[in-house]
Design a protein around this ligand. Structure first.
Ligand SMILES: Cc1cc2nc3c(=O)[nH]c(=O)nc-3n(C[C@H](O)[C@H](O)[C@H](O)COP(=O)(O)OP(=O)(O)OC[C@H]3O[C@@H](n4cnc5c(N)ncnc54)[C@H](O)[C@@H]3O)c2cc1C
Length: 397
């Protein structure tokens, strides 16, 4: 019988799996490399297929306190600011998919998961535990940490993100390919947001070779601002590397005055080079499996990376609960249930990137025709409906 699961990585995916397992009565330890829980200044858009998981975990009131439900999403043209509606959210998302589309400060969503886990079982999260090795025998996995400690568990989940150590140990070093896109990230205090920018919707500014996404977080006190552009001279994949406001503004010179004004008001500008990894044919080996970015990192153009980590964590916990007598078989069933969908999202994200940066957007007339063609209602439905209707709580496993 499965009596314990060890999770390496305390990000959104690792904590979701941990909470779901604890709720099923399976004991969990989470090992996180960070010495303290720091707020990484970035937002997360969580569509209905992700909030469904959060509500199923009993986090409804916690997320309603910190998240923002926007009325919808709009598209704006990079230089003129011309605006088109992308889709309605708010009550429409709840009506269509049963759950809201919500915007979060990453620290707020992470905090809600940390608190719920602590209430379920205090001491689950072990900070300052950077995993350096795993080795498995017939019935157990040994996990080594850089602080000299060693742990054992019958099942290990590698939820250690895009540069996963566990993935490397299981399947060897990967070969990430630089996509030629750099993402700038930052937060703008509400009082500094230009009057022309709406705080009750999510906005995608699109232009040739670049796009900007912004939306309210932390109950509307902050605007999360992300600028992505094609740029070849920066290749560091990191949550914490800082750039300068001047460099950020220069990357978006010629863009609408509102975009420039928001860049000037960003608190700390972080930059992250986006890398692509080919789909993995397998996620598990014996008693060890992967979830989230560790096995299917993706470009952020569909805003689904963290949502997929939520779905993975929930489905994996369901599989382990159903098959406590044979947890290795449970890992195989988890993989079979999740791999095709996750890989399809990776592909869809890359395609959306090309759509957002199309050269036809350079001039107003071409842009109008392009947006009306590419964001026609049926096309939008085709791109998003299968994503938002997925139900991790009942999908066949
Ligand atoms: C610019 C940008 C915008 C995005 N916007 C969205 C969005 O709007 N919506 C959305 O759904 N997704 C979005 N994403 C994607 C999302 O951030 C990721 O997909 C998500 O964070 C993946 O969660 P995870 O738990 O798999 O990994 P992570 O969040 O990366 O967590 C991994 C954890 O493992 C820890 N760790 C790493 N190595 C070790 C080790 N050796 N030992 C112990 N611990 C370790 C790390 O410290 C970290 O805490 C965006 C990404 C980017 C870059």
């Amino acid at each position: 019988m499965l009596n314990k699961v060890a999770i390496v990585g305390g990000g959104i995916g690792g904590l979701t799996a941990a909470l779901a397992l604890l709720r099923h009565g399976i004991d969990v330890e989470v090992y996180e490399q960070a010495p303290e829980l720091k707020e990484l200044g970035a937002g997360l858009q969580i569509s209905a297929n992700g909030t469904r998981v959060l509500y199923a975990l009993g986090l409804g009131s916690a997320i309603e306190r910190v998240g923002v439900v926007v009325a919808g999403k709009e598209i704006r043209l990079w230089n003129s600011g011309q605006t088109w509606k992308l889709f309605d959210l708010g009550a429409v998302s709840v009506e269509r998919y049963g759950f809201p589309y919500m915007m979060f400060h990453r620290g707020d969503l992470h905090g809600a998961l940390v608190e719920a886990i602590a209430r379920e079982k205090s001491g689950t999260l072990h900070l300052d535990h950077k995993c350096t090795g795993v080795a498995q025998s017939a019935d157990s996995v040994r996990i080594e940490f850089d602080n000299g400690e060693i742990a054992h568990a019958p099942i290990v989940i590698g939820a250690d993100g895009v540069q996963s150590k566990i993935r490397t140990i299981l399947f060897g070093a990967d070969r990430p390919e630089f996509t030629g896109i750099v993402a700038w990230r930052g937060l703008v205090p509400r009082e500094k947001v230009p009057p022309g920018v709406k705080m009750d919707v999510g906005t995608n500014w699109i232009g040739p070779g670049a796009h900007v996404v912004h939306y309210p977080v932390r109950g509307g006190a902050l605007l999360n601002f992300v600028g992505l552009l094609e740029r070849d001279d920066w290749r560091v994949e990191s949550w914490t590397v800082r750039g300068t406001i001047d460099e950020f503004a220069n990357d978006f010179r010629g863009w609408h005055a509102d975009v420039q004004a928001m860049i000037r008001c960003v608190d700390i500008p972080y930059k992250w080079a986006l890398f692509a990894r080919p789909p993995m044919p397998r996620w598990s080996k014996g008693r060890v499996t992967l979830l989230g970015d560790a096995c299917h990192s993706m470009l952020p153009m569909l805003a689904q990376g963290a949502v997929m980590a939520l779905e993975d964590g929930f489905v994996l916990a369901r599989c382990l609960k159903t098959d406590t007598a044979d947890p290795v078989a449970a890992l195989a069933r988890y993989e079979a249930a999740r791999r095709e969908r996750a890989n399809k999202v990776v592909q869809g994200s890359a395609e959306n990137g090309k759509r957002f940066h199309n050269p036809e957007l350079a001039h107003a007339a071409g842009a109008d025709a392009y947006v009306n063609r590419e964001w026609r209602e049926e096309k939008v439905k085709q791109r998003y409906e299968w994503l938002f209707t997925y139900d991790a709580t009942s999908v066949a496993i």
